[in-house]
Ligand binder design. Sequence first.
Ligand SMILES: Nc1nc2c(c(=O)[nH]1)N[C@H]1C(S)=C(S)[C@@H](COP(=O)(O)O)O[C@H]1N2
Ligand SMILES: [Mo]
Length: 526
Amino acid sequence: MRVTRGYGMVVGLVAAGFGLAVSELLSGLFHHRVSPVTAVAESVIALAPGSVAEWVIGLVGQHDKQLVIGMTLLGLVVISAAVGALSLRSVWAAEGLFVLMGVVLVLAVHARLSTSSSTYIPAVAGVLAAMIALTVLATRATATATRQGEGTTPQPVTDAEPALSRRGFVMTAGVFAGAAVVAGAGGRLLGRSRRAVEAARGQLTLPPGRGLHPPVRGVKPPGVEVGVDGVAPWVTPQRTFYRIDTALAVPEILPGDWQLRVHGMVDREVTLTYQDLLDRGLRDAWVTLCCVSNPVGGGLIGNAHWSGVRIADILAEAGIHPDADAVLSTSADGWTAATPLGALTDGRNSMLAVAMNGEPLTSEHGFPVRMVVPGLYGYVSATKWVVDLEVTRFDDVSGYWTERGWSPRGPVKTESRIDVPDNQQRLAAGKIAIAGVAWAQHTGITGVEVRVDEGQWMQARLAADPTTDCWRQWVYTWDATPGEHQLQVRATDESGYTQTGEVADVVPDGATGWDTISVDVVHGDT
Ligand SMILES: Nc1nc2c(c(=O)[nH]1)N[C@H]1C(S)=C(S)[C@@H](COP(=O)(O)O)O[C@H]1N2
Ligand SMILES: [Mo]
């Protein structure tokens, strides 16, 4: 029995190590901020009670993160050795435990990484790799142990076979272990530029802002929320802020290496460093950013507190030629947007932003510097990892998405969304809050109306609106009667325009139509 358990532990350790290495490789390849195992460690730290965390930091100082990562790995070793031992009795049970570990990894990644198309790939692929390795190795080990007469159904033993199959097992395990070392090392190598950027980001201290609104950076103004559970929070945290870009791996730029070149139809070229931006003093603004690809009722919208330098000031230093009407911005990875010059110079808070919600931008949202322009969709204005501004004419240039059929100028359309109740929700008859958000950036929302079953439009109550550049929460209290009901919303903006009910697709310049849901109201409790 001892030999069997020994084999089993090797099976578990090699399989887990192989899976771990595959996940590290993919995290490195996608330039993720952390790998799944590190995400687990970070989750442990985040979930640990403050007193425990303080005690640990008291013991090991600033090495607390390394300590927790070490403990996580140790836990992984112990668990996978046990899973391996189990695999020789029941591969299915062992695989089941690996799946469970995979669930933990995915949850940790979900909690710690911002979502993109590749967020879960390292965790999922790592677990699949570990499961495949486990099956292959467990089969070999069982065969070996069986031939040695230790299995449940002993086979006739010949002299040659045990040594042969043992060698086969050792070689297979060796191949997986070797692949793990190569993949793991590769992952660390690929991830090193991201680690350097994260370290640099962690060391930045931003100067205090001017014209803060409200005075404390990142603290939301009073009265902006209607206080209904389920409505998108007025301030969108970085991690859950939607992300749209063409970058498979986020560009990694150290602040010290960043430069912005301003050229084209200007009197004099200007080149700025990151420090030049900070030295100018940062201006702060709340701006709601949204994507032209957001369908009616969709989530490709978020509101944040941005700190940066006004683009108008930089352009004024360069001196704009009077016949220019566009600025072509280019990112470090070659993506471009052509922005109407007017939106950058008409006094609105169009910025080269260095911070989001009071912290240096995350790499996913454009570190070290991105553009933010209130009132325009992201594809014509919100260039992340921006490194070049060319003052030019719409006649001469077009941006990445405009070349692909989207409209050149991209002003945001006035829209509204129902956040609660959920579509198809079952509700108890009586008073029910219908609530959500509405936006008309840089114009401002003046009214939101709700109607039930295509009846009269009824005015919703609006939350406070510290600036026209942000979305605005609304709530309508409905006295729900039993039955199936259809709920719709429409917004009116400061220009007097009321959102059209005509349905249009997102291409080429943004969706239109009223967000519409249906609910099932029943007597008594749901
Ligand atoms: N470099 C770069 N910047 C970009 C994009 C991109 O693909 N590459 N996408 C744009 C689009 S379409 C949108 S909607 C916003 C989204 O910004 P976010 O990912 O920070 O939410 O970024 C804009 N900036
Ligand atoms: Mo977008």
